[in-house]
Design a binder for this molecule. Structure first.
Ligand code: NAD
Length: 267
């Protein structure tokens, strides 16, 4: 029987990429609420980011290290991970969450956008993983969680780079799981359907503009019609799954891709 005893969750240090917005910020709040110290990065207004970090610290009595690392730059990722290990002396959970989207037919897809989407959504996860594993191996325990997507399992038109990156991320997840299993490290992917974050709000605005409909109509008829529940997945629901995957109860779950998509991929 699966025991969902949140008090049994081992606390430690969680590195979460892209945690200044949307799903990553929600995960940062949920992990801090469980007592994890955090290492986070992501873009945004520096005053607002500072406010977010201080609030996480005071609300939950944890430490928060912020890095301005750009996930397309290998040297900045290297510094981010090594600063995290130096600051906290350990690293328990890595959540590869930073992501970007670009929508275009494949034959018109700008090559720089292709490179960007692959770099942030896939290559960055390779770098954080290769840099974190030695520390996790030393500790004999670790959790790597890759935020993929329903698009890591199925495709949609005009999202070639994103679908390729997210399928790649699910593949990376399985390989890392096989390599890391014997030293107590698990690696899993979470595959959300639609979540109402800035990444999706931009797509809703574009669809509404291109089809000459309101954003409400675009949301109901073009976005949520794929999700049988007809509801957005909530950030807190994804964070709860990530917390479970980080717990001792999830030690036998590795190499899995968890759908949390209101039934989208059941079609
Ligand atoms: P978001 O736009 O709200 O957040 C993205 C985060 O990534 C931000 O903090 C941003 O600053 C950061 N980021 C982007 N490029 C970066 C870079 N080069 N370097 C450092 N940080 C960078 O988006 P979100 O919806 O919260 O997406 C988070 C993850 O969830 C992404 O991987 C996305 O593909 C995935 N996802 C989202 C949905 C959805 O419906 N929103 C569905 C499935 C999967």
């Amino acid at each position: 029987m699966v025991k969902l005893d949140n008090d049994a969750i081992t606390k430690g240090v969680a590195l979460i990429t892209g945690a200044t917005s949307g799903i990553g910020l929600g995960m940062a709040r949920s992990f801090a609420a469980k007592g994890y110290d955090l290492a986070i990065n992501g873009f945004g207004d520096s005053i607002e980011i500072d406010r977010i970090c201080r609030k996480l610290e005071t609300d939950h009595q944890v430490k928060v290290l912020y890095s301005s690392a750009d996930m397309t730059k290998v040297s900045e990722i290297e510094t981010f991970v090594s600063d995290t290990i130096t600051t906290f002396g350990r690293l328990d959970v890595v959540i590869n969450n930073a992501g970007v989207q670009y929508v275009s037919p494949v034959d018109e897809f700008p090559t720089d956008k292709w490179d960007l989407v692959i770099s942030v959504n896939l290559t960055a996860a390779f770098h954080t993983t290769r840099l974190s594993l030695p520390q996790m191996r030393k500790q004999g325990r670790g959790r790597i969680i890759n935020v993929a997507s329903a698009h890591g399992l199925i495709a949609s038109p005009n999202k070639s780079a994103y679908v390729a990156a997210k399928h790649g991320l699910v593949g990376l997840t399985k390989t890392v799981a096989l390599e890391a299993a014997e030293f107590g490290v698990t690696c899993n992917a979470i595959c959300p359907g639609w979540v109402k974050t800035p990444l999706v709000e931009t797509q809703i605005e574009t669809l509404a503009r291109e089809h000459g409909v309101t954003q409400d109509v675009a949301t109901k008829e073009m976005i949520l019609q794929r999700q049988p529940t007809r509801e957005f997945v909530q950030v807190d629901q994804i964070a709860a799954l990530a917390l479970f995957l980080s717990s001792d109860d999830a030690s036998s779950i590795t190499g899995s891709a968890y759908s949390i998509d209101g039934g989208w991929t059941a079609h």
